[in-house]
Design a protein around this ligand. Structure first.
Ligand code: SAH
Length: 590
């Protein structure tokens, strides 16, 4: 199975069965209904969870009535070829019913689960029942040429036609096929394109194309070369390029376009692509194309064993904490990661992780060292992810990673595929909870003087105060920096009325989330700790009661025309005088 399945339960009675299935698939998390039963991942809505898993291609093992699963997935059952395996398992483990994903190996999983409990899987696919294998779902390393033709072919065999096998199909040895030497139908295993009538064509992924760097239209060229030699694109196992071409973006996009892995290997000076391929792979045939060379092996080629991959380093922001505030690109990077590096709290926040994903937890202060370690891993061909909370570019790891890269002269570090994926920063998450205090111009200031002189911080506070910017304070206070916040507030009070709105967000997006709305006059350093984000409003930031208690805080998009509100004038006054008349009509509300 390619993707880790999700085991989904509704009630506590299913948990023992779920855990036994999990022993067979140790990476698979058990999803349980929040408030009813506790397992690995809590969900709130069964239907929405099932649909989300289905749409992300995750195999689903649901411990409940088949009907519930069918009704939940009904709205999203459009594309049958893409569907992941979906099975219903009786909570007492007395029945296993494969429902969907025939072409993705659902019957195979059903048999594996049935074997755990010593029962028969409820297989209903005729071809599979008759022949003991799903002819339309060949094993890894092979691809069916045409599913629709394949269905007709299986129907013919079920109708009594005999079959012969041409080419190497070791997985069919155990099948119960109506084999006959003189049969009119054949199963053909070949890299050649174009199935004739009366045959089931299966392509072994046995072709490797050696390519050069800097080729324009590379994917089209590869396709044309394969076509010119009568070879099927589905038989392409991957592309091989010289080591020094690793950072060539065109190579990466060609491989993505063709949907195959791209690997790199040293090519000796003067070595022709054909000799190079032959040195690396036992080939049956080499075919030259327009500036490239196609090699055909006797067996499917395992690209993971050929040369090495271009390593990837993703520097990601997890958002404030809640899984739903993490952007999907970050979740994808985490799911694909081999190594995850970061401060322990954040590495734990990045879950669910699989057992084989290596966690490298380090202290919060060792940022440059962590960045260098990440490059070492990525430069060796691995997929490394460095995690930050919030956004990685806001007082976090992205700058440390770029600093480490700029200081390095190692070409392998510079060849790493580096990506920085954003997250919801604490100021944005806190602002959203309280309303829209950052609705007008604002600045983000870290009050930590670990990496910058305190005098710089004081100057910035003076200027931000004078400019009437809304301010969001990160790293406001810590045991090692006990007095700085008090001093910062003194400076701000020199520019702001005591009625100025203040918002404190603590552990936003985490279970202990607490939000507080108050005035600058009421704010004391004791109300704040290092898990708090402080927003101090501008002269125009205002608040009003919300119907469900507490209040909404926002900074209007417009500004009093006279420029800065005079110091000492209260927000109440400004509100009365200025609110409605100056609301501009031409501006969009985005
Ligand atoms: N990269 C992070 C900020 C790291 S600096 C981001 O973009 O959010 C660490 C500071 O961020 C903390 O001292 C605190 O002020 C703030 N912070 C981070 N996560 C927070 C959260 N969930 N709730 C409130 N403040 C948070």
């Amino acid at each position: 199975m390619h993707k880790t399945p999700a085991i989904v339960i509704l009630g506590a009675a299913s948990l023992p069965t779920a855990r036994r299935i999990q022993r067979r698939y140790p990476q698979a998390p058990v999803y349980a209904l929040q408030g009813r039963v506790e397992a690995d991942i809590a969900y709130a809505d069964f239907g929405a969870t099932l649909r989300a898993l289905y749409q992300s291609g995750t195999p689903i093992v649901a411990l409940c009535a088949a009907g519930i699963v069918i009704r939940s997935l009904a709205p999203v059952l459009a594309d049958k070829e893409q569907e992941p395996p979906v099975l219903a398992v009786a909570e007492d483990a007395s029945a296993v019913v494969p429902l969907l994903g025939g072409l993705a190996g659902v019957n195979h999983i059903a048999r594996e689960i049935a074997a755990i409990f010593g029962i028969e899987a409820a297989i209903t696919t005729s071809g599979e029942l008759r022949f003991g294998t799903c002819l339309l779902n060949p094993p890894d390393g092979y691809a069916l040429a045409d599913v629709e033709e394949g269905k007709r072919f299986v129907a013919d065999l079920l109708g009594g036609e005999g079959v012969r096998v041409e080419g190497a199909a070791p997985w069919l040895a155990a099948a119960r096929l109506p084999l006959r030497e003189d049969a009119g139908r054949r199963i053909r295993v070949s890299c050649a394109r174009g199935a004739s009538a009366d045959e089931l064509l299966i392509h072994p992924r046995a072709l490797v194309v050696a390519v050069e760097a800097g080729e324009a239209e590379l994917a089209a060229k590869v396709r044309a070369a394969l076509a010119a030699h009568g070879l099927a694109e589905a038989a392409l196992a991957g592309l091989l390029a010289p080591m020094d071409a690793m950072s060539d973006a065109a190579l990466g996009s060609a491989a993505r376009e063709l949907g195959v892995p791209l690997r790199f290997a040293e090519r000796a000076a003067g070595e022709t692509p054909a000799d190079w391929l032959r040195r690396l792979l036992p080939l049956e045939e080499r075919l030259a194309g327009d500036g490239l060379c196609i090699g055909r092996a006797a067996q499917p080629v395992e690209m993971a064993r050929l040369g090495r991959a271009r390593g990837r380093l993703s520097v990601v922001g997890l958002g404030p904490g809640a899984a739903e505030l993490m952007v999907p690109a970050v979740r994808r990077a985490l799911d694909e990661a081999e190594d995850i590096l970061g401060y322990e709290t954040y590495v734990n926040m990045a879950g669910p992780l699989r057992a084989e994903q290596v966690r490298h937890c380090s202290d919060n202060r060792e940022e440059l060292q962590r960045a260098r370690h990440a490059f070492e891993l990525a430069a060796s061909g691995r997929r490394a992810v460095v995690v930050s909370s919030g956004d990685p570019g806001v007082f976090a790891m992205a700058a440390a990673v770029l600093e480490a890269l700029e200081q390095s002269i190692d070409p392998l570090w510079h060849a790493v595929e580096l990506e920085i994926l954003p997250g919801v920063s604490a100021a944005l998450a806190t602002a959203a909870l309280s309303g829209a205090p950052l609705g007008h111009d604002f600045c983000l200031i870290s009050l930590s003087d670990n990496l910058k002189p305190w005098t710089v911080i004081e100057q910035r506070l003076e200027h931000a105060g004078a400019a009437d910017l809304v301010m969001a304070f990160y790293n406001p206070i810590s045991r090692a920096r006990p007095w700085q916040l008090g001093r910062a507030l003194e400076i701000v009070r020199g520019h702001r009325d005591p009625q100025t709105r203040v918002v404190l967000g603590r552990d936003v997006g985490r279970p202990a989330q607490a939000l507080r709305s108050l005035t600058l006059g009421e704010l004391t350093a004791e109300m704040v700790d290092m898990r708090t984000l402080v927003i101090v409003g501008s002269s125009t930031t205002r608040s009003f009661p919300r119907a469900d208690g507490g209040d909404w805080v926002y900074t209007p998009r417009w500004y009093p025309p006279a420029g800065l509100a005079p110091r000492g004038e209260s927000c109440e006054k400004a509100r009365g005088d200025e609110a409605a008349p100056h609301h501009p009509s031409g501006e969009s509300a985005t």
